[in-house]
Design a protein around this ligand. Structure first.
Ligand code: AHM
Ligand code: MG
Length: 350
């Protein structure tokens, strides 16, 4: 039997569903109490609900704007609000989350549940909102931390953490299919695809590894006039390389889609600081940390140009950071450009 047919038969008769994968992971950790299993099950359900809402958005009048703004002054869309409610309600049921931070919530949202809730979560319920109305892929992003001290009531302090402390991170992409990518701190990244006919996520891409080097760069180059010298130099280099093989430019404008492609095909995703947004645009807790965690777990790198993104210690739940991530060889090239320019600048200022 050829391997393609064997794979098809195994997916048809013995699929590894997300629930099965989570259970078998838990068997490998007999000391685990199953808390993360319950949280992941709640997230899986939330993603299915959001996926369904996204597919019906045009019919159910979920496009357009809702008329409200979030704490960052961005206009909320009906789907942003619906997705936020879906995530919160789903997570409330599992009783294992003490509080959450969401792009759509001004402060932390404390869940009134028993003391047994040892985890907190940060999420962007619907990333890439500007693409909702034009039927382009969007997604949800999350990162989960263990509370450092659950003998005291949960508070903002529990969220002011580094990315290296993340236990599990993931994203769900609502694209031509719905896929859920989950990374654990053991460095395992799996991608599950939603099979609508049975309503379950099936393991389709086990042990994802990012290519060592790619040939795609992904950035909103419309902002290039405002970029710093190193970012301009890097993008010029990939467009006019010495070997005469320029990189392709791909930019969806939904971080989930741009990072998903980078993970699968390799290359580099760039959302740098610029003169208009000196801290960049992407939010540390629920965009930069989860995506950096996933990319690193898959063998890639994530930096702001000078330091590892996962080493940032959050000072605010809606804090922003420049974000550069992707194939290790590609990210190292831009880091070397930053190091060279910083050294030259330091010499000239002495
Ligand atoms: P959102 O969470 O409000 O949708 O904003 C985040 C999105 C990211 O998905 C994407 O990478 C970025 O904003 C695109 O920004 P720009 O339109 O400036 O290129
Ligand atoms: Mg977002």
């Amino acid at each position: 039997m050829d391997s393609q047919r064997a794979k098809f038969l195994s997916i048809e008769s013995n699929p590894i569903t997300l629930a099965r994968a989570i259970m078998s992971d838990q068997r490998r950790h007999p000391e685990a109490k199953g808390d993360l299993t319950m949280i992941l099950n709640s997230l899986m359900l939330a993603c299915k609900f959001v996926s369904n809402a996204v597919r019906k958005a045009g019919i159910a009048s979920l496009i357009g704007i809702a008329g409200s703004s979030n704490v960052q002054g961005e206009q909320q869309k009906p789907l942003d609000i619906l997705a936020n409610d879906i995530f919160i309600n789903s997570l409330k049921y599992c009783n294992k989350i003490a509080a959450l931070a969401s792009e759509e919530e001004t402060g932390i949202y404390i869940i009134d549940n028993p003391d047994e809730a040892k985890y907190i979560i940060a999420f962007d319920p619907l990333d890439g909102s500007s693409n909702i109305d034009v039927n382009v892929s969007i997604g949800s992003i999350f990162a989960i931390w263990k509370r450092p001290d659950y003998s005291k009531p949960v508070d903002l302090e529990d969220f002011l953490r580094t990315g290296t402390e993340v236990e599990v991170a993931g994203y769900c992409i609502y694209g031509s299919s719905t896929q859920l990518v989950i990374a654990t701190k053991e460095g395992k990244v799996d991608c599950f695809t939603l099979d609508n006919s049975i309503g379950d996520f099936i393991l389709t891409h086990p042990n994802l590894r990012i290519p060592k080097k790619g040939n795609i760069y992904s950035a909103n180059e419309g902002n290039s006039h405002f970029w710093d010298k190193s970012m301009k130099e890097y993008v010029e280099l990939v467009k006019n390389p010495q070997d005469g093989n320029p990189y392709s430019l791909r930019y969806v404008g939904s971080m989930v889609s741009d990072v998903h492609r980078t993970l699968l095909y390799g290359g580099i995703f760039l959302y740098p600081a610029d003169k208009k947004s000196p801290n960049g645009k992407l939010r540390v807790l629920y965009e930069v940390f989860p995506m950096s965690f996933i990319v690193e777990a898959a063998g890639g790198k994530a930096t702001d140009g000078k330091r590892r993104l996962l080493d940032i210690k959050a000072k605010d739940i809606h804090q922003r950071s420049p974000c550069i991530l992707g194939s290790p060889d590609d990210v190292e090239v831009i880091m070397a450009i930053y190091a060279k320019n910083d050294e030259e600048e330091a010499k000239s200022s002495n």
